[in-house]
Design a protein around this ligand. Structure first.
Ligand code: ADP
Ligand code: MG
Ligand code: MG
Length: 252
């Protein structure tokens, strides 16, 4: 589903990803952990096609398609969902309008009929409830004045409506209280299926108590340094990253 081979990427002229390899198959949940500044968000941004992030070597294939040949919207329509560490605010565009546009384009790309207005509203309201978000949020500007937790719930709500093939979530757990964390985990777990895959970028083992990954990877200095099963996350929690990166101070 996602095949990343020897990927190199620069941000502001500096090489941040330095030959990264990652292979994700349908049905799998992968967690990516790693010290601050190791390139985790850069990877998310590169895969989403964000301005300023340039691929300088290697490749990233999504269902065999070279992602760098697709516009960001085309990536989304192909079934890639990316949730950012810092979600953007879009004042003036309501959450519902935004969802309508995303859903129409995505369903069209998948050869499905668009939802009529009544169905859209019903589905959106139900999905809001699923993530404990007041349906009134549908009328507000996208992420405008949302608290950190509300932004994350909103992202999970979008994801559940869009039903992506591959969801990539960057620190969806950061700054969440336990209730919000469980909402996020429930949402992500409900998306798990043999034909979908999920990649979670997280700093903390805690989220992985709720979303149990099949694989855990350590990203440090622009590369995957180590991969293992869910027990690797527990080991990192105890030992930090220093034993892997060769630094004295573990920076968990
Ligand atoms: P992580 O998410 O693992 O904490 P990031 O991918 O955010 O790390 O950052 C990796 C490195 O790339 C850092 O040194 C960071 O300062 C740099 N970087 C990321 N984005 C930018 C940017 N837009 N401009 C300049 N440097 C950046
Ligand atoms: Mg960081
Ligand atoms: Mg980050």
């Amino acid at each position: 589903m996602l095949e990343i081979r020897n990927l190199r990427a620069t941000v502001a002229g500096e090489e941040i990803l330095k030959g990264l390899n990652l292979s994700v198959k349908p049905g799998e949940v992968h967690a990516i952990m790693g010290p601050n500044g190791s390139g985790k968000s850069t990877l998310t941004n590169v895969l989403s096609g964000r301005d300023g992030y340039a691929i300088t070597g290697g490749e990233a294939l999504f269902e065999g398609q070279d992602l760098s040949a697709l516009e960001p919207e085309e990536r989304a329509h192909a079934g890639l969902f990316l949730a950012f560490q810092y979600p953007v605010e879009i004042p003036g565009v309501s959450n519902l309008e935004f969802l309508k546009a995303s859903l129409e384009a995505t369903r069209k790309a998948q050869g499905k009929e668009p939802w009529d207005a009544v169905t859209l509203l019903r589905q959106a309201r139900e999905t809001c409830k699923q993530v404990d978000l007041d349906p009134q949020f549908l009328k507000r500007g996208v992420n405008e004045g949302f608290s950190g937790g509300e932004k994350k719930r909103n992202e999970i709500m979008q994801m559940l409506l869009l039903q992506p093939k591959l969801a990539l979530l960057d620190e969806t757990d950061s700054g969440l209280d336990i209730d919000a964390l469980q909402v996020v985990a429930r949402g992500v777990n409900s998306l798990r299926s043999p034909d979908r895959a999920i990649v979670l970028v997280t700093h903390y083992q805690r989220l992985l108590d709720y979303i149990v990954p099949d694989y855990v990877h350590v990203l440090a200095n622009g590369r995957i340094l180590k991969s293992g099963g869910k027990e690797l996350a527990l080991e990192l929690e105890q030992r930090g990253y220093g034993w892997l990166t060769g630094e004295e101070e573990a920076s968990a």
